[in-house]
Ligand binder design. Structure first.
Ligand SMILES: Cc1cc2nc3c(=O)[nH]c(=O)nc-3n(C[C@H](O)[C@H](O)[C@H](O)COP(=O)(O)O)c2cc1C
Length: 189
């Protein structure tokens, strides 16, 4: 195998796609796919979600104003809905061009999508502006998961969520490959 350099254009940080939900000023829900999501930690074992938004999109303004939002994991059954949310803006009114249902999160004041099998409820701690982007550092207040999925058994097995993976294009995932320590035992050569 010989690698060739292709410049900076095709960098990728690949992970499941997420739809962010936050309330607009009139309490109507707004949802948009945001895939620039990561995490860090301050100290100890409390993780902070890191999420970045570009431009003056409605979701960014809603998150700035309310300080609260939901992260909704996108399964392949939700692909059309995500594609719709990503090509429309809450600035143009409520996104009601497709059918979906939602309800308020349990621990924060933000809408969640009923169809999502994994939802993370977040509260903004701080943010940093870089040019036209804003990156929010957020505390996790609650996680909701489809009751049919047993996360305690072996942690998060993504195959059970059938997520959409976004690399600039949409993909689904293959088989479950085990966990950390299943493929190499420390001390082995
Ligand atoms: C798959 C996908 C991923 C996206 N990820 C991001 C992202 O990480 N950050 C961002 O600022 N916009 C992202 N967008 C763009 C927003 O979803 C899009 O601008 C949307 O129309 C914003 O809607 P709103 O104005 O209601 O917030 C993404 C769009 C798609 C389709």
């Amino acid at each position: 195998m010989k690698r060739i350099s292709i410049g900076p254009k095709h960098e990728m940080i690949v992970q499941p796609a997420f739809i962010i939900g936050a309330y607009s000023e009139d309490k109507s829900p707004d949802f948009a796919p945001i895939t620039w999501v990561s995490k860090t930690c301050e100290e100890g074992d409390e993780n902070l979600i890191v999420i970045s938004m570009y431009g003056e999109k409605k979701t960014r303004l809603n998150v700035q104003r309310t300080g609260q939002f939901s992260i909704n994991l996108v399964s392949t059954s939700m692909l059309a809905l995500m594609d719709y949310f990503g090509q429309t803006s809450g600035h143009d009114g409520v996104k009601d061009g497709m059918t979906y249902t939602y309800k308020k999160a349990v621990c924060v004041d933000a809408p969640t999508l009923d169809e999502s099998r994994w939802v993370c409820e977040c509260e903004v701690l701080s943010s940093v502006v870089t040019g036209q982007s804003e990156t929010f550092f957020c505390r996790v207040k609650n996680v909701q998961v489809d009751e049919r999925i047993d996360i305690d058994a072996r942690g998060i097995d993504l195959t059970q969520f059938d997520p959409v993976i976004y690399s600039g294009n949409y993909h689904s995932i293959g088989e479950y490959l085990g966990g950390i320590g299943d493929h190499y035992h420390v001390g082995e050569k």
